[in-house]
Design a protein around this ligand. Structure first.
Ligand SMILES: CC1(C)Nc2nc(N)[nH]c(=O)c2N=C1O
Length: 160
C-alpha cells in the first residue's frame, strides 16, 4: 500500500461539516480504516475575493488504490456531497478533494498531476501538511520546513 496526502477544501454549505463527512467517506479507501487529519484552517480565498473564506485541511492515509482509481473515488465523494461541475474554476465549492502526494511518485497524466501543481505556493495546503508531516521531504528533495519559510502566513488561521 501507499501513503497518500489529500488536500480538503470547502467554502459552501457548512464547510466544517463538509470536511467532517469527507473524512468519514474516505475511511473505506484506507488500508486500516485510519485517516490522520490536520487541524482545520480558515483561509481567505485565493482567486476571486467575492466568495466565502475556505475551510482547509490535509488528510493522510494508506491505500491499495492506484492513483486514477483513487481520483475516481474522490470525485464520487465530491459529487455525493453536492459539488456541481458547472462551478467556476476558481469559484466557491462545496468540497474539493485534491491528491497532493501519492507516496514519492511523480505523476503527470492529463487527469492527474502529482505533486499537486500549485500546492507549494498555497499556505492553506502547506501549513496543514506541515502540521501533519513536519519532516516531509518532497519528491524533488525539498523539505517542507524550507517551503513553509517561503510562504506568507497572513490570511489564514488555525481553527480550534
Ligand atoms: C478557488 C481556489 C483556487 N481558492 C482557494 N482558496 C483557499 N483559501 N482554499 C482553497 O481550498 C481554494 N481552492 C480553490 O480552488
Amino acid at each position: 500500500d501507499t501513503l497518500v496526502y489529500l488536500g480538503l477544501g470547502s467554502n459552501l454549505s457548512s464547510p466544517r461539516q463538509q470536511l467532517e463527512s469527507a473524512l468519514s467517506a474516505l475511511k473505506p479507501l484506507s488500508t486500516d480504516q485510519q485517516i490522520d487529519c490536520s487541524s482545520f484552517y480558515l483561509s481567505r480565498p485565493l482567486g476571486p475575493q467575492d466568495q466565502n473564506d475556505f475551510v482547509n485541511a490535509v488528510a493522510a492515509f494508506r491505500t491499495f488504490l492506484a492513483p486514477l482509481d483513487l481520483l475516481d473515488q474522490l470525485q464520487t465523494i465530491e459529487l455525493q456531497q453536492g459539488r456541481v461541475r458547472k462551478e467556476h474554476r476558481w469559484g466557491p465549492r462545496t468540497l474539493d478533494l485534491d491528491i497532493l502526494l501519492f507516496g514519492d511518485k511523480a505523476i503527470d497524466l492529463p487527469r492527474l498531476k502529482v505533486p499537486h501543481y500549485h500546492m507549494m505556493q498555497r499556505n492553506f495546503v502547506i501549513l496543514p501538511l506541515f502540521e501533519l508531516a513536519p519532516n516531509l521531504v518532497f519528491p524533488d528533495g525539498q523539505n517542507i520546513a524550507q517551503v513553509v519559510a517561503t510562504l506568507p502566513q497572513d490570511g489564514i488561521e488555525k481553527l480550534n
